[in-house]
Design a protein around this ligand. Structure first.
Ligand code: SF4
Length: 379
């Protein structure tokens, strides 16, 4: 049997500083029901047990809503799964949706631009904002229920399952920090990222040890959960999610057309859908249809590449020289290479989607072998 590599004392070392939970009136554990959220919950629950914390513990799930046709933006059953995780430890469970409109309503009604790495309004508006509103509403209640003296703020420990391996920005965030902007005279919110330095193996080790069930999307080949089509996801994850959820991909494509803006700078929904069309037709031995779809993909890719500042020769190179526009040959070469990359990702997605058992969206508790397999697949 495959052995997992990391033991729990090692995880505790990597979670330092280990906080004294008894200093907090309320512990809020944010959960998307994804792997990092499960590991976070299991770790905090373990610490709660070890330290004998008796205060209020809330698992908070932000629901991101549906598309106009009713397709959930997130993977199926995530709210139920987060509820199950909270119930496992006997913790209170709260679901929040942004009162001013869910993700797609906000996108099409207010923002009119897709979120992006440097404009993550999806997280700040759809997740952090509603969580903070809930904390604000609950503080008065906390005061009464918890008997906090009026001369000090309610101490809220706000736990997030962010990991440094996911991005340099996350790696640079402090493990523990008072959120001054969100704190006030009647509450102090301490933001805690206890699994920031955990590896992917640590995460699956903890999930296996906890006995909590994970979403099956990981065994279908997805690296991340939350929004099925995430603007920050890899091309492989986006292709696979669109292959598994064609109705959702069609809604996102309609939104892309309505907004007149590519889903991400690197990859449009039109390219995803066209690449998948080519791969599906290849699979059905529809050679003519596959060739036509591949050509349509090439034209989309070429048109986009031709419009980029680099291809047009705008600006300067890294060494400060004026950039030259690409020649037709350079453009053809780059468009061909990119089309081929997208077709490979689409073929992989079609193969994985055909194998996925989507009738069972939640996995049974993991055994060692499955946890090790998932850890390797997530790298
Ligand atoms: S999963 Fe991606 S798109 Fe969805 S809220 Fe998070 S960052 Fe934004």
């Amino acid at each position: 049997m495959t052995q997992l590599a990391v033991d729990l004392p090692e995880l505790e070392r990597r979670s330092r500083p280990v906080l004294n939970l008894l200093a907090y009136d309320v512990i809020v554990i944010c959960s998307s029901a994804g792997k990092d959220s499960i590991a976070l919950l299991a770790y905090v629950a373990e610490l709660i047990g070890v330290q004998g914390y008796r205060g209020r513990v809330v698992v908070l799930h932000n629901h991101l809503g549906t598309t106009a046709s009713g397709e959930p933006v997130e993977w199926q059953n995530v709210a139920e799964l987060a509820r199950e995780h909270a119930a496992h430890y006997g913790f209170e469970f709260v679901v929040r949706t942004r009162p001013g409109g869910d993700l797609m309503e906000q996108l099409l009604g207010e923002r009119r631009r897709w979120p992006a790495n440097n404009a993550r309004w999806c997280t700040s508006d759809q997740k952090e904002g509603p969580s903070m509103t809930w904390i604000t509403e609950a503080v008065t209640e906390f005061w009464q229920q918890l008997g906090v003296p009026a001369d000090r703020p309610v101490e809220v420990l706000y736990c997030l399952g962010l990991r440094g391996q996911e991005s340099a920005g996350r790696a640079a965030q402090p493990i523990v920090q008072v959120n001054e902007r969100r704190s006030s005279g009647n509450r102090r919110i301490t933001r805690w990222l206890p699994i920031r330095d955990w590896t992917i193996t640590d995460v699956w080790t903890m999930i296996k040890k906890s006995g909590l069930r994970a979403h099956a999307a990981y065994t279908w080949g997805m690296l991340r959960l939350s929004c099925s089509l995430c603007v920050l996801a890899t091309a492989e994850d986006l292709m696979l999610a669109a292959a598994l959820r064609p109705a959702l991909a069609a809604d996102y494509l309609a939104a892309e057309i309505e907004l007149g803006e590519r889903f991400t700078e690197r990859l449009s929904m039109q390219e995803i859908v066209t690449a998948l069309d080519a791969a599906r037709r290849e699979d059905l031995d529809d050679h003519h249809g596959a060739a036509e779809a591949a050509l349509a993909l090439y034209e989309l890719v070429r048109e986009h590449l031709a419009s980029t500042p680099v291809a047009r020769g705008e600006g300067v190179t890294a060494s400060g020289r004026p950039r030259r526009p690409w020649t037709a040959q350079q453009l053809t070469g780059r468009a061909t290479a990119r089309t081929s990359e997208l077709l490979s990702a689409a073929r992989r997605a079609v193969t994985l989607a055909a194998r996925a058992d989507t009738s069972a969206p939640i996995l049974p508790p993991l055994d060692d072998a499955t946890a090790a397999l998932l850890a390797r697949a997530s790298r």
